[in-house]
Structures are given as C-alpha cells and as structure tokens.
Design a protein around this ligand. Structure first.
Ligand SMILES: [Zn+2]
Length: 292
C-alpha cells in the first residue's frame, strides 16, 4: 500500500508533536523506596495496595502534594537540594509508626495491612519538621486528613474539634496548658503513654483551628519560622495566651458534638475492608478512647 505525501507528513508531524509534548510534561519524581526484604512479609490482602509499585506511587503522590502545599513551586528543588538522588526508605515493623530520621520511615505493619497507617502524617514530618511539638504533630495529622488516602488511627477521620472537646477536663489540664508552647519538656513522655490520644487530638485541633481561623499562609509562616512563643505575636498579632483562650472558647462552644452512633458508623466504615472482627475493631477503638 502506498501512502500519499500528505498522510506521511501528517504522521511525521504527529510523531514530532508527541516527542515534544513528552519532553515538556513535568517529570514524575520518585521520593521513596522500600526493599523486597521489607515488603516480602506484608500481607497485602486488605492493605489497599496490590503491590510494591502501588505503594510507592501513593507515597510519591503524598510527597508531591504535601511538598507543594508547604513550599509551592520550589518544592522539587528543595527536595533535590536536601537529598540529591537519595530517596527516603520505608519499612515495616511491630513498633509505632514514625519518621525515624529524615531518611527513614517505619510504619506499623498491622495498621499498614489494615489500611490505617499514617503515611501522609509521616511524610509531612519528612518534608518539614518543627521543634514545636504541638505544631509538628498537629500539622502532620492535618496532612493525613487532607492528603492521606486513608484515615489514620489518631482520629479515624473524625472531626477533631469534636474529639478534642472530650479532653477539656481537669485530668487533661496539664496537656491543654502545654499545647502550642515551644517549651514542653515532658512532651516525649506524655505523648507515649496513656495521654497519647489526648496529645495528638488536641494538637490536631489546635492546628486546624489556626488554619481555619487565620488561613494557611499565616500558619505556614509560623510553622516555618517559629523558635519561641513570641513568634505567635509576630505572625498573628496576638500573644499565644490570647490565641489559646480563643481556641478553648471555640471548643467549648463547638456545636457539633460527636454522638456514639456517629463514632460507631465511622469505625464500621474504616474497618469495613479490614481483616479484623468487629470485636477487634471495638477493642482497638476502646484503646484509642473513641468509645467508652
Ligand atoms: Zn507524628
């Protein structure tokens, strides 16, 4: 078969266009890796991930979204400057999920296998951490809700202001007193013990409150620059004491308390795909003080 000249030139033009478009398309960055050894013990059945590549592409997407949210268009340059060609190593263990260093993230295997691992939360720590404990954990939890593909164990996707209201009690007065402050020497201790849910949820509520009340730009300005409590006034024009008093009033007057039914329905939804009986789910929820 002979092709006419015009058909051949149209085909050539299309091929050239395809090459040009491919060259102009933004390069897909890969931020993370795991190893066959780390992956081989994972039961993927209820994890939401069909395979290793599936997991890495979700991690990449989280890095992309959170990095761009914090740094805007400079994000790729910032990541390359910090890591060069090195990527962040993800692995799994029976321990709690955490960013072990800015190059290593461990995810709790049980949570990962049941699609409740805080992947976006840990990525937020890697992208930009903070010495202010409340802002660091609150912002990472905000990122899990905003950019994560699944709800995490800290609030199961429930409204954190409604959850935080449960902690406005004398038993949690010390935590509420420390929320937001740059100096919180007992943070490591209280955040690992029985008060862990209270610390995470009130931190999450405080950060959401700042973002909802004063906007994302101001929050990121504070997050990026904070060294002492005086920096609140520099960014917001209000001392930390006044901001906290406003936040507590907001919580006390919060009009959407969570009912037991709402909590149960949310848990059912979160665990609907999980390899876990209703009893196990209830026990887990009790451990995280979601139901009494
Ligand atoms: Zn964290």
């Amino acid at each position: 078969m002979r092709l006419s000249r015009s058909v051949i030139s149209t085909m050539l033009l299309c091929m050239v266009l395809a090459v040009v478009l491919a060259a102009c398309a933004p390069k897909q960055m890969t931020y993370a890796y795991t190893t066959d050894t780390a992956w081989e013990n994972i039961n993927t059945e209820n994890s939401g991930f069909a395979n290793y590549n599936d997991f890495i592409s979700e991690v990449d997407e989280c890095f992309e979204q959170i990095g761009t949210f914090i740094y805007g268009d400079d994000w790729h340059d910032i990541f390359r400057e910090r890591y060069g060609d090195e990527k962040v190593f993800f692995y799994f263990d029976k321990t709690i999920s955490r960013a072990v260093s800015n190059k290593h993230v461990v995810l709790n295997q049980f949570f990962f296998e049941n699609r409740i691992a805080p992947i976006a939360h840990e990525i937020a720590h890697i992208v930009l951490t903070s010495k202010n404990d409340t802002l660091r954990e609150g912002f990472a939890s905000f990122c899990q809700d905003e950019f994560g593909k699944n709800h995490a164990i800290s609030n199961f996707g429930l409204d954190v202001h409604a959850l935080a209201r449960y902690y406005l009690t004398p038993a949690h007065a010390k935590i509420i007193e420390n929320i937001g402050h740059c100096e919180w020497p007992e943070f490591g201790q209280v955040s690992m013990g029985d008060f862990r849910p209270a610390v995470y949820r009130t931190s999450h509520s405080f950060v959401n409150y700042l973002i909802e009340t004063y906007g994302t730009d101001k929050f990121l300005e504070l997050y990026k620059t904070i060294k002492t409590d005086a920096d609140y006034a520099a960014v917001y024009g209000k001392e930390i004491a006044e901001i906290k008093a406003d936040w507590l009033t907001f919580l006390q007057e919060y009009e959407r308390p969570l009912t037991k039914d709402e909590i149960h329905n949310q848990l059912k939804q979160v665990f609907s795909h999980a390899n876990m009986s209703e009893e196990e789910a209830t026990r887990l929820a009790e451990a995280y003080m979601l139901i009494d």
